[in-house]
Design a protein around this ligand. Structure first.
Ligand code: NAD
Length: 323
C-alpha cells in the first residue's frame, strides 16, 4: 500500500473510532490502539505535508455536539492536549519550553479519565455547565452536572468565573452501576469514562442523580483577571472558592523530576479511587503559557503523558482478581 493510501485509510479508521467513542460511548478498540494509529497518522502526515487536510482527525478536536441539549459557544475554545509516550519525549517537551522560557517550572497533575467540562458563574451563582463538544461549541448539560454534590452552586467571587475540569465516575460508583445493570439484564458499561459520558448525555437528570459522579477542577479560565500568576496559584484559588481540586500534583523543575513523579503515580494508580490514563505536564507561569500560543488543537505550554498499554493489562488483571 502506498503511504498516501495508508494516510487515507488511517483518517477513515480514526474517524470511525472517534464516532464510536465520543458519540456512541461504545469504543471497539482500546485507547492505546487508537493512540498508536494516531501516532502513525501524524508521522505519515509530517512526511507528506502536501497531503495536509484540515479535516484530518490529527488536526481536529474530535467530539460531538448532541441533539437534545442547548448549544453553547465557548468564549475561549476548549482544546485537547498533545501527547507524549516516553521519557525522551518528555525531555524534548521540556527542552522546547526551556528554549523560550528561562528556568521554567512545571505543574504535573493526574490526567483524569472522564469528560471535560466548563462551569460558568456570574454574580456568585452557578450559571451553566457545558461539555467540550467540538471545542468551539458544546452542550449545556447543567441539569445533569448540578446533580454532582461537590459542585458549588454559589461562590464568594461576584465577577464572572469560568473553571474547567473533568467529570468522572469514581471506580466504586462504576462497580455498583455495572452490578445493577447486570441484575437488570442491561448491557454493561465498558469503563468508567464511557459510563460518565453516557450519564452526562442522558436527557433524564434522575439518572445522573442516581449514578454518583464526581469532578476535579484544574483550569481557571480567566485567572489573570484576578491577579493569579501561575497554574499552582490557580489550583489554590479554585480550592479557596470551593471547587474540588486534587491535592495530588507536584511542581517540578526538570524532565528528571517530572519522570520521577510520573513513575510514583504509575505505581499508585491502581489504588486510586478514580481512573487516570496519564499525567498532564503544564508550564506553571501563566504569562509564559500565553506567550507560547496554541497549535491547531492543543496549547504549546502543556502535554499529556499517556501510561503504556502493559499497565492497563495489569490493571484489568487486578480488577479480575479482586472480583
Ligand atoms: P486527551 O484525552 O489526549 O487529552 C485532553 C483531555 O484531557 C482534556 O480535554 C481534558 O478533558 C483531559 N484532562 C484530564 N485531566 C486533565 C488535567 N489535569 N489537565 C488538563 N486536561 C486534563 O484528548 P482527547 O481529545 O480528550 O481524547 C483523545 C483520546 O481519547 C485519545 O488519545 C484516545 O486515548 C481516546 N480515544 C479513544 C478512542 C477509542 O476508540 N478507543 C477513540 C477516540 C479517542
Amino acid at each position: 500500500m502506498t503511504e498516501e493510501k495508508r494516510i487515507e485509510q488511517l483518517r477513515k479508521q480514526l474517524e470511525k473510532y472517534a464516532i464510536e467513542y465520543y458519540i456512541n460511548d461504545a469504543p471497539s478498540v482500546s485507547d492505546q490502539e487508537y493512540d498508536r494509529l494516531m501516532q502513525e497518522l501524524i508521522a505519515l502526515e509530517e512526511k507528506h505535508p502536501e497531503l495536509y487536510d484540515p479535516n484530518s482527525p490529527s488536526q481536529r478536536i474530535i467530539g460531538s455536539v448532541l441533539k437534545g441539549f442547548e448549544k453553547v459557544v465557548h468564549a475561549q475554545r476548549m482544546l485537547s492536549l498533545s501527547n507524549v509516550f516516553n521519557k525522551e519525549e518528555i525531555e524534548d517537551f521540556v527542552a522546547r519550553i526551556q528554549k523560550q522560557v528561562p528556568n521554567p517550572e512545571f505543574v504535573v497533575e493526574c490526567k483524569y479519565d472522564g469528560l471535560a467540562m466548563s462551569l460558568l458563574y456570574e454574580h456568585g451563582r452557578f450559571v451553566r455547565a457545558v461539555t467540550r463538544g467540538d471545542g468551539s461549541v458544546g452542550e449545556d448539560v447543567s441539569n445533569n452536572v448540578k446533580m454532582i454534590q461537590s459542585i458549588p452552586l454559589y461562590i464568594e467571587e461576584k465577577g464572572p468565573v469560568e473553571v474547567r475540569g473533568e467529570v468522572y465516575m469514581p471506580k466504586k460508583s462504576f462497580e455498583l452501576l455495572n452490578e445493577l445493570q447486570e441484575t437488570l439484564h442491561l448491557p454493561l458499561f465498558a469503563n468508567p469514562r464511557n459510563a460518565a459520558a453516557g450519564t452526562i448525555r442522558n436527557l433524564d437528570s434522575n439518572i445522573a442523580k442516581k449514578r454518583k459522579l464526581d469532578a476535579y477542577w484544574y483550569y481557571f479560565q480567566n485567572a489573570m483577571d484576578y491577579g493569579i500568576k501561575s497554574q499552582q496559584e490557580s489550583l489554590e484559588a479554585m480550592k479557596q472558592l470551593g471547587f474540588r481540586v486534587n491535592e495530588t500534583y507536584r511542581v517540578c523543575k526538570s524532565a528528571e523530576e517530572i519522570w520521577t513523579f510520573i513513575q510514583e503515580m504509575a505505581s499508585k494508580r491502581s489504588a486510586l479511587p478514580y481512573e487516570i490514563d496519564g499525567m498532564v505536564i503544564k508550564l506553571n507561569d501563566l504569562a509564559a503559557q500565553r506567550s507560547l500560543g496554541i497549535t491547531a488543537k492543543a496549547p504549546r505550554y502543556a502535554t499529556a503523558y499517556k501510561f503504556p498499554a502493559e499497565e492497563v493489562t495489569t490493571r484489568l488483571l487486578d480488577i479480575t482478581l479482586s472480583v
